[in-house]
Design a protein around this ligand. Structure first.
Ligand SMILES: Cc1ncc(COP(=O)(O)O)c(C=O)c1O
Length: 408
């Protein structure tokens, strides 16, 4: 079977073959579904050795600890996030039952007992976990606008011994693009790890590991799955960091591993990621340009627009375009946004993103309603902001739908 690691391929080719490194006993072409909770031991010694982690023990024990279907997905995601890195083999993927399971397990393992500096604008549940639950778990946290490197430096100085800096490569829903090389350098200078949620960008548009990030998090529910049929999450990090942070132990005991059927669906999604992202990005730019020119629209946030505050940075660190998500605010504020969301016919009023169809939603009352309202406003998530996850339909059809809804 072709291994993307052995060949000098593009990321599109790597995605098609990612994870498919070995034959199973029947030579299955596609990742087989090992829909089993437990695994049979040849004899007592093999079972005991497996529990001791000895190499000649049984290869699998119990699916909460590891499962062959899940491992293929883990290899695929790690190969894409570490694509092109000289030490690609040093990275390992870990699949979880949701993006939040990946994020919370990663944060607990990497920052336990210490301080976390987090970006002010983050996905609502991540923000809520950091704001309310992290202090109750014996960790401390502070929030900062990481687009201002001076503020980040001040926060790191104010909190010596900070264990973790937590950011999103493209923030949900403000679309702030993180200055990864400088943020990583700054975190490391102060002895902290950098954890980056790369859900919006995906490895097709951004590879934070290349810019110095230590831990990558994903809601695989979104673009990696691609079809809105699975809730899932993943982490990618150096194998030695998994050891240092005891991440396997935390995933085993917190119990958040992905299920085999979900991992199988996600493995299929990963194969078409570059193909889909190309169309999401092409459509994203066209729709962003249409909205920016529309008289009813006050502001559009999309990294591919010259008006975006980090347009130059986005061009430096993003590849193959700028993804499919954008946010905008109408001149008529929340009421105009509400009327638009109630008037679309092709676009679907639903939270989430990364599905093949276009989804529209209102962050302040939906995905980010769990955030502290003050923190939400300070982070730039206004009450009138509308988020659009542009799908892979024909761009003209999406634009036509928005046009009729804006008139209505
Ligand atoms: C950027 C980002 N990270 C994490 C999550 C959480 O992922 P999940 O819903 O798969 O738990 C989301 C969900 O919308 C998200 O948008």
């Amino acid at each position: 079977m072709i291994s993307s690691k052995e060949k000098n391929t593009t990321i599109a080719t790597a995605a098609v073959h990612a994870g498919e490194r070995d034959f199973d006993q029947y030579g299955s072409h596609i990742n087989p579904i090992y829909q089993t909770s437990t695994f049979v031991f040849r004899d007592v010694d093999a079972g005991a050795k497996a529990f001791q982690g000895e190499e000649d023990g049984a290869s699998h024990i119990y699916s909460r600890l590891g499962n062959p279907t899940v491992e293929k997905l883990e290899r695929a995601i790690a190969e894409l996030e570490a694509y092109g890195l000289p030490d690609q083999n040093a990275y390992t993927g870990m699949a979880f039952g949701s993006g939040m399971a990946a994020i919370t397990t990663g944060i607990i393992a990497a920052a336990r007992g210490g301080h976390i500096i987090a970006q002010d604008a983050l996905y609502g549940c991540t923000s809520q976990f950091l704001d309310l639950e992290v202090p109750e778990l014996g960790m401390s946290r502070s929030f900062v606008d990481v687009s201002d490197l001076f503020l980040l430096e001040m926060e790191l100085k104010k909190n010596p011994g900070t264990k973790l800096v937590y950011i999103e490569s493209i923030a949900n829903p403000t679309m702030t693009v993180a200055d990864l090389p400088n943020i990583a350098a700054m975190a490391h200078q102060h002895g902290a790890l950098l954890m980056v949620d790369n859900t919006f960008a995906t490895p097709y548009h951004m590879q934070p590991l290349k810019h110095g990030a230590d831990i990558i998090a994903h809601s695989t529910t979104k673009y990696l799955g691609g079809h809105g049929s699975v809730i899932g999450g993943a982490l990618v990090l150096k194998s030695e960091l998994i050891e240092e942070t005891s991440l396997h132990k935390f995933r085993k005991n917190l119990g958040g591993i992905a299920a085999p059927m979900d991992a199988w669906l996600l493995s299929n999604g990963v194969k078409t990621l570059p193909l889909r992202m190309q169309k999401h990005a092409e459509n994203g730019l066209k729709v962003a340009q249409f909205l920016e020119m529309h008289p009813a629209v006050d502001q559009v946030w999309y990294p591919g627009l010259k008006s975006h505050p980090q347009y130059d940075l986005a061009n430096e660190i993003m590849t193959n375009g700028f993804g499919g998500v954008l946010s905008f605010e109408l001149k008529g504020g929340f009421e105009a946004g509400k009327s638009l969301m109630n008037s679309v016919k092709l676009c679907t009023l639903a939270v989430s993103l990364g599905t093949v169809d276009t989804l529209i939603q209102h962050p302040a009352s939906m995905t980010h309603s769990v955030m502290d309202p003050e923190l939400r406003l300070e982070a730039g998530i206004t009450d009138g902001m509308v988020r659009l996850a542009v799908g892979i339909e024909d761009a003209e059809d999406i634009i036509h739908d928005l046009e009729q809804a804006l008139e209505g």
